[in-house]
Design a protein around this ligand. Structure first.
Ligand SMILES: [Fe+2]
Ligand SMILES: [Fe+2]
Length: 473
């Protein structure tokens, strides 16, 4: 089984596309519409080349090639990880059976829905980030933005391939609709709420790639376990690319915190707005916002849909195969904190099978804590008392058992008036957003960086920070 990518055909791929003329023609028909979408909805900034990585193989080492590429000439392609002929279903009622190479008729509608929901998020984030290239803090950051954008475009290709290859006419119609819906559109919005929020500034971009791309990592992790093998192999390769997106988020917030900490020490005040830094309270409010809208992406805490997907083998748990239980979950239970109308919390025991969304969310939350530890260590290293914290999972929620309640970041249930009176303390205010936006002046001189963020410790692919990552007209 070769893992080399075929770059000679119109659509680079390692799925032997040329052997299926019908499918190839269908995808070649979709390609120009994708290019139109990219031209209209993709990055607003024109460049003459960006130092991008392109996948050239799906193996463990040396899978990517780096070179300057004009973004609209990027070779978007279809890459699945290697086929494992012995792979078996790890969970649910079909556990132990060989995985499926075709879609079983009874699961067709559910699998298509899962693929469409995942596929919808990929172009959405490109749309949300459309204008960011006009205000990047350095050429290094600008390059990372383009890298994330072209790869989200490729993730759209990954889902469109599955729709075209396995779901017939309906799949092709869904593939069209993925280009037709747009982030924030009043008539045809993207499916999930967080993907209709604007990514208005670079602090929001770092937060999005930290918190919202990380939700993507966990969703892809559950689909990687799928009994539908082509979906599993597609997601496994997407996860490889996704790691860089989260690196951009983690180190992006690191560098903002680092710069703010330096300015606090230098001027001996936490009020660093006048010195071109972002005050720590504003960073905390951005964390509160991006974290809480990302938690909504996990859906309701208990879900019969998720239970059915699991039992059917369509969607597993995070690292399913490492879990030491029966992989059926009908006997196990989890504890769920439930807000009560009298302002107290109660704990309810729920069957693990029904609490799969909660299980995934808990994995996600403990992963998110790692970032908080890093950022707090930067503050500690600068002898600053302030500490960042993740808000309570019930804070600012529109989905699940906490929706409709007013819950503080500390987890106290309060009335609407109290919550609204404190909103500006907890979530970015219009003043915060206007201030952060005022800092967003593009810095496109080689080796230079904006006032509000520290330079990265390392460049990309061994290049120095002052490398010409982007050629501008
Ligand atoms: Fe993605
Ligand atoms: Fe991503």
């Amino acid at each position: 089984m070769g893992t080399k990518v075929d770059y000679d055909s119109k659509i680079p791929n390692n799925v032997d596309l040329s052997s299926d003329r019908r499918l190839q023609r269908a995808l070649e028909g979709w390609q120009p519409r994708f290019m139109d979408w990219w031209a209209e909805m993709g990055p607003a900034l024109e460049t003459q080349g960006v130092y991008l990585r392109t996948a050239v193989s799906v193996g463990r080492d040396g899978w990517a090639h780096f070179d300057h590429v004009i973004p609209h000439e990027y070779r978007w392609g279809i890459f699945l990880t290697e086929h494992d002929a012995d792979r078996r279903i790890a969970f649910g009622q079909h556990a132990g059976e060989p995985v499926w190479q075709q879609v079983p008729g009874e699961y067709r509608a559910d699998l298509q829905r899962l693929i469409v929901i995942q596929g919808d998020t990929e172009p959405a984030s490109v749309e949300q980030q459309k204008l960011l290239g006009l205000t990047a803090p350095s050429l290094y950051d600008l390059r990372n933005l383009f890298q994330v954008n072209v790869e989200e475009g490729r993730h759209l290709w990954a889902m469109v391939y599955l729709l075209h290859a396995y779901f017939g006419k309906e799949g092709r119609e869904e593939a069209e609709a993925l280009l037709y819906r747009n982030s924030g559109s009043p008539d045809q919005p993207r499916i999930l709420g967080a993907f209709n929020e604007e990514t208005a500034d670079w602090l929001a971009f770092y937060m999005f790639t930290y918190f919202t791309d990380r939700d993507g990592k966990y969703q892809l992790g559950t689909l990687k376990e799928s009994a539908f093998d082509p979906l599993s192999r597609t997601c496994e390769f997407m996860l490889k690319e996704e790691a860089h997106h989260m690196f951009v988020g983690t180190t992006g917030v690191d560098r903002v915190v680092q710069r703010s900490a330096e300015l606090i020490r230098e001027h001996d005040t936490t009020d660093i707005a006048g010195f071109g830094g972002i005050p720590l309270e504003i960073i905390q409010r951005y964390i509160n916002f991006h974290y809480s809208v990302s938690l909504d992406l996990f859906g309701g805490e208990t879900s019969t849909n998720a239970a059915n997907y699991y039992t059917a083998g369509l969607k597993g748990r995070w690292q399913e195969e490492r879990r030491k239980d029966d992989h059926q979950l009908t006997e196990d239970s989890m504890l769920l904190d439930v807000p009560q109308p009298d302002g107290t919390w109660s704990q309810e025991e729920v069957q693990s099978l029904l609490a799969l969304n909660l299980d995934l969310r808990e994995e996600y939350i403990s992963d998110c804590q790692n970032g908080l530890k890093r950022w707090n260590k930067i503050l500690a290293d600068h002898d600053i008392d302030f500490r960042f914290a993740l808000p309570h999972p019930g804070f600012n929620r529109d989905v699940g058992i906490n929706a409709g309640y007013h819950i503080t970041p500390e987890g106290t249930i309060v009335d609407e008036g109290t919550w609204e009176a404190n909103r500006k303390k907890w979530l970015p205010s219009s003043e915060d957003l206007a201030f952060v936006r005022s800092l967003m002046q593009p810095v496109y001189e080689r080796g230079k960086i904006a006032s509000w963020v520290a330079p990265p410790r390392h460049g990309i692919n061994g290049k120095p920070f002052d490398y010409e990552y982007v050629y501008l007209p």
